[in-house]
Design a protein around this ligand. Structure first.
Ligand SMILES: Cc1cc2nc3c(=O)[nH]c(=O)nc-3n(C[C@H](O)[C@H](O)[C@H](O)COP(=O)(O)O)c2cc1C
Length: 204
């Protein structure tokens, strides 16, 4: 494990307080394109996988698209339950994010194998992962076309880690562990960088 592993975190390093995000604004949580974790549960089985291909689709009611490979256990549980948790892992759990994206829950309980801390979701059966920047609870919208492993879902609950997102604004601080991540391939990630503000000019 690197120095930036969860093992080196004290409970104070991450402020676990969660606060609701207005559903009409929850698309903002995905606008910067972070890697996500998809949690699922059905009939006594549960799973978690990494998903880079997740994006906002609509404001009201809020909808998201996530590409979920039909060969995964996640897809099996999502198809069976009609719901899933979508969350933005912090850099603190980068290694676990890669691990749950590189191993199938068909072979092991990834929550236990990779020491993932969970808490109960509000409106769905799937557990949510603690060390995240934001969480979306999603209900699948059935799509008869069944093309390209696309899952479309309505977001029915959204909340954020108050340490990094409040009042519809991201405010990543100095702690390098408290950043969302962007995945490339082969274990390479970027941490979300500095934000900057521009004013929209009327004419250019
Ligand atoms: C960082 C990362 C991002 C990934 N993004 C996706 C994705 O967007 N869609 C997908 O179907 N698989 C994606 N994968 C692969 C799945 O996470 C992987 O197939 C996983 O082992 C499935 O686990 P499961 O069988 O327990 O559901 C990604 C893997 C990694 C490491």
């Amino acid at each position: 494990m690197s120095d930036l592993s969860i093992d080196n975190l004290s409970m104070d390093d991450l402020n676990k307080s969660r606060q609701p995000v207005e559903l009409s604004r929850c698309s903002q949580l995905l606008n910067h394109g972070p890697v996500t974790l998809v949690t699922s549960a059905h009939s006594g089985r549960r799973d978690v996988m990494a998903a880079s291909w997740a994006m906002a689709l609509d404001f009201d009611p809020p909808k998201v698209i996530v590409i979920m490979d039909s060969n995964t256990l996640t897809r099996e549980l999502v198809d069976a339950s009609g719901e899933f948790g979508l969350q933005l892992p912090l850099r603190a759990i980068a290694e676990q994010t890669l691990a749950v994206g590189s191993n199938s829950g068909k072979d092991l309980d990834k929550f236990a194998a990779f020491n993932l801390n969970t808490f109960p979701s509000q409106k769905i059966a799937a557990p949510m992962i603690e060390e995240c920047a934001a969480w979306l609870e999603c209900k699948v919208i059935p799509d008869a076309s069944d093309r390209y492993d696309i899952i479309i879902a309505e977001v029915i609950a959204a909340y954020s880690n108050a340490e990094v997102y409040t009042d519809n604004r991201w405010h990543f601080g100095d702690n390098p562990l408290n950043r969302t991540m962007h995945y490339v391939a082969g274990g390479q990630f970027f941490a979300t960088g500095e934000s900057f503000q521009v004013e929209a000019s009327e004419k250019i």
